[in-house]
Design a protein around this ligand. Structure first.
Ligand code: SAH
Length: 243
């Protein structure tokens, strides 16, 4: 399924990539009991929701594809990557994209480093830390072409954690479920204050994925003011729009 579907998405996978994707899934499902890496147990469901859905990000971020062809040096950061979703499947499918994984829980970072070593992933770096801290480090701030965030928080909080990492012209891609109800309107003020344009919503529209799953993308158009993100914990405890 995976190889055929990815080919249809114009993401051809060679045998090494397919083997790596399944080897990753096996490690993830094996170790999920020790560290809380994913709620999914069923391998067929994991193949769809973890591997395919991660790679399907290309539908909203087509330049992932061109980076794999002409080595454009695209940089992607996955904030709150947990067990590596979507960052690791993306790194395997797009080996010319430089992927940085950011995760606050040390045990999860240990797992990610184990994956990077066992699968010999040359385009992945795993960092232990909080987005609120790392976003103020000059080598990471306004540095990434694409910032992905899945399952971390509501859109207002996600915008504060992720947009400071995006370059101007870069893109935030957040994985969400429809209906978004008031989430877009509630995040409107924060996104604008952080330098983002109006969000776009793109349902994946693939038969293998739940119909309600979608990507919310925000293009960064202005530099983020220096005071953001606020100190660790505040973006989640007091989302900007609700002050
Ligand atoms: N993206 C993964 C994990 C989602 S769980 C997936 O979709 O499966 C959310 C993860 O984000 C947790 O592992 C948590 O430790 C991490 N996280 C939450 N807030 C964070 C922050 N401010 N900085 C870095 N990581 C954070």
């Amino acid at each position: 399924m995976l190889r055929a579907r990815c080919a249809a998405l114009n993401v051809p996978l060679d045998l090494t990539q397919v083997r790596r994707l399944y080897a990753y899934l096996e490690l993830l499902l094996q170790q999920r009991g020790r560290v809380n890496l994913t709620g999914i147990r069923d391998p067929a469901q994991a193949e769809r929701l973890l591997l395919l859905e991660s790679i399907a990000t290309v539908l909203a971020v087509p330049n992932l594809r061109s980076a794999s062809r002409d080595d454009a040096g695209l940089r992607l950061l996955d904030v709150g990557t947990g067990g590596g979703i979507p960052g690791i499947p993306l790194a395997i499918a797009f080996p010319h994209v430089a992927v940085t994984l950011l995760e606050a829980t040390r045990k999860k970072v240990d797992f990610l480093q184990h994956v990077v070593q066992s699968l010999a992933l040359e385009n992945v770096a795993a960092l232990w830390g909080r987005a609120e801290d790392l976003a103020h480090v000059p080598e990471h701030r306004e540095h990434y072409d694409v910032v992905t965030v899945r399952g971390v928080s509501g859109l207002t909080t996600v915008a504060e954690l992720a947009l400071p990492f995006c370059k101007r012209g870069g893109l935030l891609a957040a994985y969400k479920s429809l209906p978004l109800d008031g989430e877009l309107q509630a995040a409107d003020h924060a996104i604008h204050a952080l330098g983002g344009r109006k969000p776009r919503v793109m349902p994946f529209n693939l038969p293998e994925l739940p119909a309600q799953h979608c990507l919310v993308t925000v293009e960064k158009s202005a530099v983020t003011p220096k005071q953001y993100p606020r100190r660790a914990g505040l973006p989640a405890r007091r989302p900007l729009a609700q002050r």
